[in-house]
Design a protein around this ligand. Structure first.
Ligand SMILES: C[S@@+](CC[C@H](N)C(=O)[O-])C[C@H]1O[C@@H](n2cnc3c(N)ncnc32)[C@H](O)[C@@H]1O
Length: 235
């Protein structure tokens, strides 16, 4: 199957702002969304308690920045997303919660220009699974590494695969059962169909190894439940 183009992904999210503005009801398709968000932001605070500059890639309506601001007040926030309506919503919500600067940049995380060595914390929530081939993944991890200050952290919460096909099948079956328990067979099909069309997730192992390869000193696994995980690395 031909995967969605960047333009198709952008259009889908342009029309989904309200759902992503509510972490309680908008993220039911993500197993343990709130647990992962809590763990990533708390770990970021403990790694970089004096953080000043936050980068939120694929910020959507700003949920990750908002949570981070409950842990460290008044961060300067840079919000990157493909979707203008998402960024507008994120700007409105995040500006209300910090007296730091809030910058929005519309674009693909692979292309946007940002200052190297300038961020204490980078959060990437449910976005990197849109990266496609190995080259894409490596270039993006190198970029995110360079954007961090030494000692800064990259924290990811995302859809993931397994290394072994048999185990992979098992985790996706369980995920399907979870979706069905939430809203029936049609919902299961709808979510799994769009994952097939739009997403190209990689395993946590792949990403942790890539983090080390591009230079990160330490990696951290914070949570994993079937095909969702929360993990990160420190520069
Ligand atoms: C599933 S939403 C998650 C939003 C937010 N991080 C959250 O968890 O609430 C993914 C977001 O990433 C954005 N996105 C997808 N691919 C992207 C890319 N290549 N560069 C920048 N943003 C991207 C989408 O527009 C969308 O707003």
């Amino acid at each position: 199957m031909n995967k969605s183009t960047v333009q198709e992904i952008k259009e889908r999210f342009d029309n989904d702002v309200e759902r992503f503005s509510n972490l309680d009801t908008g993220q039911v398709a993500t197993i343990d969304a709130q647990i992962s968000l809590e763990l990533l932001t708390e770990a970021s605070k403990r790694i970089k308690p004096d953080a000043q500059n936050l980068l939120d890639v694929g910020c959507g309506a700003g949920n990750y920045s908002l949570k981070m601001l409950t842990k460290i007040a008044n961060l300067n926030c840079t919000l990157v997303d493909l979707s203008k309506p998402m960024l507008e919503k994120a700007l409105e919500r995040v500006s209300n919660e910090t007296i730091g600067t809030v910058a929005t940049i519309q674009g693909d995380v692979r292309d946007v220009t940002l200052e190297e060595n300038s961020f204490d914390i980078i959060l990437a929530g449910a976005v990197l699974h849109h990266l496609r081939d190995d080259n894409d993944w490596e270039k993006t991890f190198i970029k995110l590494y360079r954007l961090l200050k030494p000692g800064g952290c990259l924290m990811i919460s995302d859809l993931i695969t397994q290394e072994t096909e048999a185990v992979n099948e098992y985790t996706w079956e369980r995920y399907g059962d979870y979706l069905e328990s939430v809203d029936g067979k049609e919902y299961r099909k709808k979510v799994l169909d769009y994952v097939e069309k739009e997403d190209s997730p990689r395993s946590m192992t792949y990403q942790l190894e890539l983090m080390k390869k591009v230079g990160f000193k330490k990696t951290e696994i914070l949570h994993k439940n079937m095909c969702f995980g929360a993990f990160g690395a420190i520069k």
